[in-house]
Ligand binder design. Structure first.
Ligand SMILES: NC(=O)C1=CN([C@@H]2O[C@H](COP(=O)(O)OP(=O)(O)OC[C@H]3O[C@@H](n4cnc5c(N)ncnc54)[C@H](OP(=O)(O)O)[C@@H]3O)[C@@H](O)[C@H]2O)C=CC1
Ligand SMILES: C=C(O[C@H]1[C@H](O)[C@@H](CO)O[C@H](OP(=O)(O)OP(=O)(O)OC[C@H]2O[C@@H](n3ccc(=O)[nH]c3=O)[C@H](O)[C@@H]2O)[C@@H]1NC(C)=O)C(=O)O
Length: 271
């Protein structure tokens, strides 16, 4: 399951990807072939089989945007099935694999719909700033240039899990009612927020940062010095220690901003 192959169709390319393929390798190799679709998702750790579990996302793009189907094997019966994206029930860092199918299936293959037609998605904060300068000299960057820019941004902000243990963002960005966001914006006009539509997404990293917690250390655990949404593990300690640090952060944010941050990773026996 560590292989993938490409099937050229008119106007698009289907990638059949074994679950054991490394996600970042797939991104860089397809981008290098000039294929658009997953370039914004460069440098996300883990395997392709893990990618649908939480519908990986970054820089304005989610896996669900290009995913066409997921092949699974039912653990109880050994039966192999295909699920389309609707059946996967994707949401923000959510899917059926975290819900009704958790522990019941193994993902064996993905089908991604990629394209040779330029389709850069450069609107997200950091990416827009980096690539804005190049837009006059290079009207449309290549998918490889986008992927490399994403890698550069991530390397600056996010700790390398091989050097400093972490699970990426520890909390999800909270969704709050538009009215609550509007009230907070009166008090904090510079607060990052993402389009209303009943619910407004706020930036948990900003909220934690505002509480003065960026770079804090609590024994074996801490808040990353360049990205407050990432908890880091310096070694030693235990599960209770991690949850004590996480609860302290969530308490501080709740006291100041009136909302509870929810963890993004799946927690096994958290307390
Ligand atoms: N922006 C983002 O969205 C980011 C996302 N991440 C995610 O964090 C994770 C990093 O963890 P890491 O341990 O290195 O990654 P792995 O690829 O080893 O797997 C992570 C988890 O996904 C589940 N999983 C993996 N493969 C399959 C499969 N074939 N079928 C069903 N479930 C599977 C497993 O859950 P179990 O065995 O417990 O059932 C596994 O523990 C990745 O899943 C990555 O996608 C990380 C950083 C950023
Ligand atoms: C790393 C992950 O995904 C990341 C993904 O890489 C990035 C880029 O798209 O956007 C999310 O982080 P994020 O919301 O913190 O993204 P950033 O663009 O870094 O920050 C958002 C806003 O908060 C501000 N911010 C962030 C961190 C911080 O310490 N201080 C701060 O002020 C930033 O300046 C920006 O205005 C994802 N996290 C979640 C939970 O949605 C992950 O899920 O593990």
């Amino acid at each position: 399951m560590q292989q993938y192959w490409l099937n050229q169709r008119q106007g698009h390319v289907l990638a059949y990807v074994g679950a054991g393929v490394n996600w970042h390798t797939l991104v860089m190799e397809t981008a290098a072939r000039g294929l658009w679709g997953i370039e914004n998702l460069a440098l996300i750790p883990g395997s392709c089989g893990a990618a649908p579990v939480q519908n990986i996302g970054a820089y304005g793009v989610e896996l669900a945007d290009t995913l066409q189907a997921v092949q699974v094997m039912e653990l109880a019966t050994g039966q192999v099935k295909w699920l389309d994206t609707q059946q996967c029930a994707f949401g923000y860092r959510e899917s059926i694999f975290k819900g009704a199918l958790a522990g019941r299936v193994v993902i064996t293959q993905l089908v991604l719909r990629l394209s040779r037609t330029p389709a850069p998605r450069l609107g997200y904060g950091d990416l827009a700033i980096r690539l804005a300068g190049s837009s006059t000299s290079t009207p449309s960057p290549t998918p490889l240039a986008v992927a490399e820019t994403v890698c550069a941004i991530r390397r600056e902000k996010l700790p390398d899990p091989h050097k400093l243990a972490n699970a990426g963002s520890f909390f999800k960005n909270p969704l709050v009612p538009d009215a609550q966001a509007a009230q907070l914006l009166q008090q904090y006009p510079a607060m990052p927020h993402f389009p209303p539509g009943g619910q407004t997404k706020l930036a948990a990293g900003w909220l934690i940062d505002q509480c003065g917690l960026k770079g804090m250390r609590d024994g074996a655990f801490g808040v990353h010095q360049h990205q407050a949404l990432v908890l880091v593990h310096f070694g030693g300690g235990n599960r209770q220690g991690l949850m004590k640090t996480a609860d302290y952060i969530a308490d501080q944010v709740e006291t100041r901003f009136g909302m509870r941050l929810e963890p993004e990773p799946r927690l096994i026996n958290p307390h």
